[in-house]
Design a protein. Structure first.
Length: 277
């Protein structure tokens, strides 16, 4: 029995050596886009320690300490212009060392459970994409209900099969219909905003960007979209999806999300009006 045990240990040793020699071990790159994220990027990068030796930062003109902080964590920094969320993320994917990509935003850290899962992951083919569960925070409060309460997104994939589209805002992943979607254990900790002013500024910026996208798609802003869609949005998330259980933060999120819907169509109406003059 001792002899059998010896040969088993010997086999495992040489199998591990062979994995390292042939490059069969699972390696992933992390891609993050940034602009003036010095207040949060260190927390994100710290959470990723031990997950990857290839972190790619695509920075579009930071004027604070973002780049210096990223370099302290030995990240590769690509300085570029702003071509939209999807296009800039793809720049990072193209520059990555490995085919497997973990795509995060600068305000998204991973918890210890997800880190352990990623460190021990071993995909059996490149036709798998991995969905991650998000815990969203508003001014450091975990939001459990409403529009932010049940967030899951595909964020780990193989670049041979998957890329982002080139949308300026609300970008989407493009992948074959036959891929297998697997949800990983653990959480992405999404620290969305630190203040109400930041939340308001982001909301208006997203509304304008999305209106521009809608205009390119030939969409119109009719009466129903302008006035009924925002009201339905608020009712759906505040009442039906229990946003009221998150207190005043839940009310503010649902109200601001309805405002975003309204302003998106206001901007679209103005953009279309300019073209008709």
């Amino acid at each position: 029995m001792k002899l059998v045990g010896y040969f088993v240990l010997l086999y495992c040793f040489f199998a591990e050596v062979n994995n390292h020699a042939t490059g069969n071990e699972f390696m992933l790159s992390v891609v993050i886009i940034t602009k003036n994220e010095a207040h949060i990027i260190g927390n994100t990068l710290q959470s990723l320690q031990g997950v990857s030796d290839d972190i790619v930062i695509v920075d579009s003109g930071s004027t604070d300490e973002t780049i210096a902080i990223c370099k302290k964590f030995n990240a590769t920094v690509i300085q570029t212009g702003w071509d939209g969320y999807g296009a800039n993320k793809n720049k990072g994917i193209d520059a990555a060392r490995y085919d497997w990509i973990l795509s995060l935003d600068a305000d998204e850290a991973i918890d210890t459970e997800l880190r352990a899962v990623l460190q021990n992951l071993s995909p059996f083919n490149d036709g798998i994409v991995y969905k991650l569960t998000y815990n969203n925070f508003f001014c450091n409060k975990h939001i459990r209900f409403g529009v932010w309460g049940t967030d899951r997104h595909i964020r780990l994939f193989n670049r041979k099969k998957v890329k982002w589209n080139n949308a300026e805002v609300h970008e989407n992943l493009v992948f074959p219909v036959d891929v297998k979607v697997v949800t990983l254990k653990g959480k992405v900790l999404h620290y969305t905003v630190n203040s109400i002013k930041e939340f308001s500024d982001k909301t208006n910026a997203y509304a304008l960007s999305n209106a521009k996208k809608y205009k390119l798609q030939g969409k119109k802003a009719g009466f129903v979209k302008l006035y009924f869609a925002p009201a339905f949005n608020f009712i759906q998330h505040y009442f039906f999806r229990l946003g009221f259980l998150d207190g005043w933060e839940g009310y503010l999120i649902c109200k601001t999300n309805a405002w975003y819907t309204f302003m998106k169509y206001v901007f679209l109406k103005e953009l279309n009006k300019k073209d008709s003059r």
